[in-house]
Design a binder for this molecule. Structure first.
Ligand code: HSE
Length: 435
């Protein structure tokens, strides 16, 4: 059978991994695809020093790949927004299929790109954009197609999870762990994307659309990072039986969907709490299947290449079966997309961990409890520490049952206004998942 000819744009960590895995596993990949996958051209800012590209045409111009008549599939592995968008649209308008690992591109420009792909009758595949090697897009769009998806929650940024794990287990310094993640090739070019939750919000936006059949709405996602997280809260959470994870959560409510990334207390007994280091995991709850969990490497050369090449194989199969796009881009037919709004963070429902610094006076705990009660907030547990010698303040730690965020905001404002309470109340959301 005629080979499918691939042009790769970007020869960084993932580009190099893709070349190596395609060559190493060529026989198995050919058997699965039904035809050989041939890399005919690669583009990169400079000639690679360590990667062997013998026999492959090299260019520094990525648009030469999108315009190359010998290329059937353009693989975009450069990252970033604007050049990647122009390249992908150029390739699509030239009638080429596209595989991309670029979550920022899909989260921000995906609606436009999918529309262009549909008009040009080509495929744009993006499995590698979310959770690296974990086939979560395929699971949502195909394996779970029978289900009404109730919610998705994921550890979808390996760098952030690595930092939280090292801080918790080894008491390591935030900056030191981040530098190691950068050296290992896990962190984004701009590491604030990792620690402030932007990278996770890109991925969550894509997951939510594939889960609920809504257009991609990155701008509506709520993001809170881990950079302000204090080690005292990490250790109080442990004492209460929880671990703090940086989660992306998308959940269906009756009048919209929650779309949020923030540090979250998760019960230590749950599998999501045990996902450590750079590993990723995505929990999906479907009405028929119940709770399912997908775990694996979310970044790195060959793990991400695994997802990139799987997409190329899908395209090769589609090319040879003469099918139109076999699976809708977000799993739902364009004419059947839902018109559900993303709810503002005030409408989100969650449990809360509160840490309140109070003067050691009689009746403070009672006043705080009465504010929570007046706001219809049910307290789940209370932990009061001895006063801190240097300032004479007592930390009061509370866990609440689930309430709307606007109720907790109101209560926090009233607690912070008490004369006996000092500084801001620390608030971290708590989630207990089924299963
Ligand atoms: N910076 C990302 C992470 C890379 O740490 O998970 C994969 O998207």
């Amino acid at each position: 059978m005629k080979p499918v000819r691939v042009g790769i744009c970007g020869l960084g960590t993932v580009g190099g991994g893709t070349v190596n895995v395609l060559r190493r596993n060529l026989a198995a990949i050919t058997a699965r695809a039904g035809c050989p996958i041939e890399i005919v051209q690669v583009a990169s800012r400079s000639q690679p020093e360590t990667l062997d590209i013998t026999g492959i045409e090299f260019t520094t111009d990525v648009f030469a790949v999108a315009n190359n008549p010998n290329v059937d599939v353009v693989v975009e592995l450069m990252g970033g927004y604007d050049v990647a968008r122009d390249l992908v649209l150029k390739a699509v308008n030239n009638g080429k299929h596209v595989v991309t690992a670029n979550k920022a591109l899909i989260a921000v420009y995906g609606n436009e790109i999918f529309e262009a792909a549909a008009s040009n009758k080509v495929i744009v595949a993006y499995e590698a954009a979310v959770a690296g090697g974990i086939p979560i897009i395929k699971s949502l769009r195909e394996g779970l197609a029978a289900n009404k998806i109730l919610g998705v929650a994921g550890i979808i940024n390996g760098t952030g999870n690595f930092i939280l794990t090292e801080m918790r287990d080894k008491g390591r310094d935030f900056a030191d762990v981040l530098a190691e993640a950068q050296a290992l090739g896990y962190a984004e070019a701009d590491p604030t994307f990792d620690v402030e939750g932007i990278d996770a919000a890109h991925k969550l936006t894509i997951l939510a659309s594939a889960a609920f059949g809504v257009p991609l709405q990155f701008d509506a996602a709520f993001t809170e990072g881990i950079s302000k997280l204090s080690t005292v809260d990490v250790s109080h959470a442990q004492e209460l039986g929880y671990r703090i994870k940086h989660l992306g959560i998308a959940r269906a409510q009756s009048d919209g969907i929650e779309l949020r990334v923030h540090p979250t207390l998760v019960p230590q007994s749950q599998m999501l709490a045990k996902v450590d280091g750079v590993m990723n995991a995505v929990l999906v709850e479907g009405d028929a299947v119940g709770t399912t969990l997908y775990y694996g490497r979310g970044a790195g050369a060959e793990a991400t290449a695994s997802a990139v090449i799987a997409d190329v194989v899908d395209i090769a199969r589609a090319i040879h079966s003469d099918a139109e796009v076999p699976v809708p881009y977000l799993g739902f037919k364009a004419e059947s997309m839902a018109d559900l709004k993303v709810l503002p963070i005030e409408e989100v429902v969650s449990g809360y961990y509160l840490r309140i610094q109070a003067k050691d006076h009689p009746g403070v705990l009672a006043k705080v409890a009465s504010i929570l009660s007046d706001n219809h907030i049910n307290i789940e547990s209370v932990m009061q520490k001895e006063s801190e010698e240097q300032n004479g303040l007592i930390p009061m730690i509370m866990l609440t049952h689930t309430v709307k965020e606007k109720q907790i905001n109101e209560a926090i404002a009233q607690i912070e206004a008490l004369d006996d309470v000092v500084g801001e109340v620390v608030r971290i959301r708590v989630e207990c998942f089924k299963g």
